[in-house]
Design a protein around this ligand. Structure first.
Ligand code: FAD
Length: 454
């Protein structure tokens, strides 16, 4: 154990058994063995660890739950200290009079949701990983989820951040007011920065009243493009559902083989549409959704009660693991396109899949144009694996040509590094790197993520 006086009292380990647990994230994009793992219990401890790393020429990799899909919390450099927020999991304050919650970054998303629900409050950003991922990770990746279609993403809720900068100083950015126009809004820089600028140690977020009622509809389509078209037609009928999830036929098939849930197999695509608000209002909205879908050949069923609704969501959340029944390896992209390009995107992806003889399974948050595109391959078959990897660039070219973006929620990390230049132009990239260099001149905070060399 290498330690020093300035780290006194801080839980930190260099034992192999500890290090190995922090070498991966959910992307399995890369792996590494860090120099050490630290479990700070306060901002002061985080500050001392960061200052130590800065003095010793070590790197800091902040880590929530490691559910990231881009390798952003992977310690790919051997001189990294993993800064794990597992011991900073408290809700500090729920303030119903200001409609805010203040918490430590290691708090798990679904635990927060449950605590708020007891008070009839609601925090909408709900990544499908909500039962494991942390709010610190959600802020650092600007996480979204099914509810983003109506309620927006993490960024839309963050009011104040306390953070430790790469020189060890502790700063407070933003504040507890809903409005604020005093200088640059620096907290926005940290949101979605994938831990490359600072370690977030405290978060204050807005909360909303828990919606009065929810209606859940499952719409079945025999035509893929009609399902895509239904998404934009529902929106243009002036209905903004709280969720509008898309599941293609191959995902349903894989799911039914893995964990039969009763979803209608043999169908081209499903939309899981959920409306929330006043019972009379959502009843009218549900009728509009049924009409729009029927005009496109969709057949709608209503989840009769909470148990039926929970079963549908359980099925939706089980899709990702189910896909391994199709092929042993998944190259997962989370592209986003304008809503009116969803149908074109889905049909072009289907064509790419057929042309290249590689299954491409699509599902995800179609309501905001964010589709999880899964290229399924056997990675033991070198030729097939290379063909699968070759598809990534073609998919990004397609998405960019339709006015979309490489990532709606997972970020760049290390997994998408080779492609970021396809979207971010040279001048804008220089600006981003200048910001990084200004805040982190020694490049100690999660180096190599987003930009590679800086
Ligand atoms: C099954 C599954 C479903 C998913 N569904 C969604 C989804 O619907 N929507 C979505 O957006 N994402 C989704 N994800 C991706 C992932 O859950 C999110 O990116 C999540 O926000 C990561 O949180 P985490 O706590 O696991 O962070 P980690 O994976 O540990 O870290 C992610 C990034 O945040 C940084 N970070 C973590 N904590 C801090 C901190 N306190 N200060 C500074 N930086 C920090 C890390 O350095 C890293 O760059 C899914 C992942 C899985 C496995």
């Amino acid at each position: 154990m290498k330690n020093s006086d300035c780290l006194k009292g801080i839980e930190i380990s260099n034992e192999y058994e500890d290090l190995i647990c922090y070498g991966f994230d959910a992307s399995i994009a890369d792996s590494g063995l860090p120099w050490g793992v630290a479990w700070p219990k306060s901002a002061d401890e985080v500050s001392r660890i960061v200052a130590y790393a800065s003095d010793q020429g070590l790197r800091i990799v902040p880590r929530g739950a490691g559910t990231g899909m881009a390798g952003a919390s992977v310690p790919h450099l051997a001189d990294s200290i993993i800064l794990s927020f597992e011991k900073m999991r408290k809700v500090i304050e729920i303030n119903p009079d200001n409609m805010t919650v203040t918490l430590e970054p290691g708090m798990i998303n679904s635990r927060l949701q449950r605590e708020l629900q007891r008070l009839d409050l609601f925090y909408p950003p709900d990544p499908a990983s909500l039962s494991i991922c942390t709010l610190g990770g959600n802020v650092a990746t600007n996480a979204g989820g099914p509810c983003a279609v109506k309620y927006g993403v993490t960024r839309d809720y963050v009011l104040e951040l306390e953070a430790v900068l790469p020189d060890g100083s502790i700063v407070t950015l933003g504040g507890k007011t809903y409005k604020r126009v005093v200088g640059y809004d620096l907290k926005q820089l940290l949101i979605g920065a994938e831990g490359t600028l600072a370690a977030i140690t405290k978060i204050t977020m807005k909360v909303l009243p828990l919606p009065e009622d929810v209606i859940t509809l499952l719409v079945q389509f025999n035509d893929l493009s009609a399902a895509g078209e239904a998404v934009s037609k529902i929106i243009s009928a002036k209905v903004i559902p709280r969720t509008m999830e898309f599941i293609d036929g191959s995902a349903i098939k894989a799911l039914e083989q893995y964990k039969p849930t009763g979803l209608p197999s043999g169908t081209a695509a499903l939309l899981l549409v959920e409306l929330d608000g006043h019972p009379a209002t959502i009843q009218k909205e549900a009728e509009k959704v049924v009409q729009v879908c029927r005009a496109l050949g969709g057949e709608t069923a209503v989840a009769g009660d909470k148990a039926a609704r929970d079963k549908l969501w359980e099925a939706r959340r089980a899709i990702s693991p189910a896909l391994y029944h199709l092929k042993p390896f998944k190259i997962n992209e989370d592209i986003v396109v304008p809503r009116d390009q969803i149908a074109a995107t889905l049909t072009s992806l289907r064509a790419l899949s057929l042309e290249n003889d590689i299954p491409i399974v699509c599902f995800g948050h179609a309501g905001d144009g964010n589709i999880h595109v899964n290229i399924m391959v056997d990675n033991a078959d070198k030729e097939e694996y290379a063909r699968g990897l070759g598809l990534i660039k073609k998919i990004f070219e397609l998405v960019l040509s339709l006015g979309g973006s490489l990532s709606g929620e997972h970020g760049i990390g290390i997994a998408k590094l080779p492609y970021i230049d396809m979207e971010i132009k040279e001048r804008e990239m220089r600006l981003m790197k200048d910001v990084k260099r200004l805040i982190d001149p020694k490049n100690i905070m999660n180096p190599g993520k987003i930009f590679g060399a800086c």
